[in-house]
Design a protein around this ligand. Structure first.
Ligand SMILES: Cc1cc2nc3c(=O)[nH]c(=O)nc-3n(C[C@H](O)[C@H](O)[C@H](O)COP(=O)(O)OP(=O)(O)OC[C@H]3O[C@@H](n4cnc5c(N)ncnc54)[C@H](O)[C@@H]3O)c2cc1C
Length: 297
């Protein structure tokens, strides 16, 4: 292993937006596809568990030693936009707000909603992140991946990927997302697109505790219901365990009041689930992904 790109015993709390995390036995932030592939190969050949993180905006990492290699994609941020054809090629670490702003500035339509999601392209495809009925799946052409087990590199077409509400088939296979090709409709009105994009961010900030450490919506909305409403109905708005608090602004957000431990947050998640199950008979499924917990992701 090239020692320059590998850290040992790195605290991951600054790599998650909720600002808690454990200590990665090995950690790397590749700057290129070559480095990324090399790291995955290293972990496979050395029988080390390999976990990929993007911007850590949908992650709860337990405050324990995380065995194996954690790879953060945030430095893989090459982005190519063809304003006339509408074709976009982006590496896994490109941030959605960067993508959204760049699309608007190039007159490409359809990415204005993505401004308010502080995650990477890879994380957004994996999570099928979105708002309302909108997600990147609509604009996707293909995804380049590497198979963590066989180390084979493939380009998968959109038709071969299963996308559902906050689900993609990448959650149940061994494929790691390297980059993606997308299409957005060209020749949009620049001024209107930039205005709409800015306005979407403003709306987000008005309805969510955007400026505080969180991981976005904690739970998926159950069918024909809203997780935030169910949590509100339990009278849990503002409820705290240690430094973890159910946001007063949006009940499906847990915020870290600067001193929360991963245990506080996990206990708050469990408490919400128990209360909603007991009183409403509904099991709230976490949207947030967990590392280092015995939770079936
Ligand atoms: C303030 C705030 C607002 C949010 N608003 C929204 C919203 O409106 N809609 C929404 O859907 N989400 C929202 N989120 C949640 C989050 O931003 C999204 O789920 C985002 O897509 C996660 O991307 P990430 O890069 O942070 O992924 P991470 O949190 O780092 O990882 C999430 C999962 O993706 C996997 N993963 C990441 N990159 C790759 C890769 N390259 N290959 C394979 N697997 C990978 C990880 O292993 C992990 O299981 C919000 C979060 C915050 C903090």
């Amino acid at each position: 292993m090239n020692r320059k790109i590998l850290s040992e015993n790195l605290n991951l709390s600054s790599y998650t937006t909720i600002k808690v995390g454990g200590v990665a036995e090995y950690f790397a932030e590749p700057k290129s596809v070559e480095e990324f592939s090399y790291l995955i190969k290293w972990s496979t050949l050395n029988n080390q568990r390999c976990q990929i993180i993007g911007a850590g905006s949908n992650l709860l990492i337990n405050n324990i030693s995380i065995k194996g290699l954690v790879i953060c994609t945030k430095k893989m941020k090459s982005l190519t936009i063809e304003p006339y054809s509408g074709i976009v090629e982006a590496e896994a670490g490109v941030m959605l707000p960067t993508l959204s702003n760049s699309l608007a500035k190039n007159g490409l339509q359809g990415g204005e909603w993505a401004i308010g999601i502080p995650g990477t392209l890879g994380g957004a495809i994996y999570m099928n992140a979105g708002t309302g009925n909108l997600s990147l799946a609509k604009n996707l052409i293909s995804v380049k991946v590497i198979n963590k087990k066989t180390l084979e590199k493939l380009e998968i077409q959109k038709k071969d990927i299963n996308f559902k509400y906050r689900f993609s088939s990448f959650q149940s296979n061994d494929l790691t997302i390297i980059s993606a090709k997308l299409y957005f409709e060209p020749n949009g009105n620049l001024e209107k697109l930039i205005k709409k994009t800015k306005n979407n961010l403003k709306l987000k900030k008005e309805t969510q505790p955007y400026h505080l450490p969180s991981f976005g919506s904690v739970f998926k909305n159950p069918e024909n219901n809203y997780a935030a409403k169910l949590i509100d109905d339990m009278g849990l708005k503002g409820f705290k365990i240690g430094g973890a608090e159910i946001s007063k602004m949006h009940s499906n957000f847990i915020i870290n009041n600067s001193s929360a431990s991963s245990k506080d947050i996990y206990e708050l998640i469990t408490l919400i689930q128990q209360k909603v199950l007991q009183k409403k008979g509904i099991y709230l499924q976490p949207e947030v992904r967990m590392i280092g917990f015995d939770y079936p992701n």
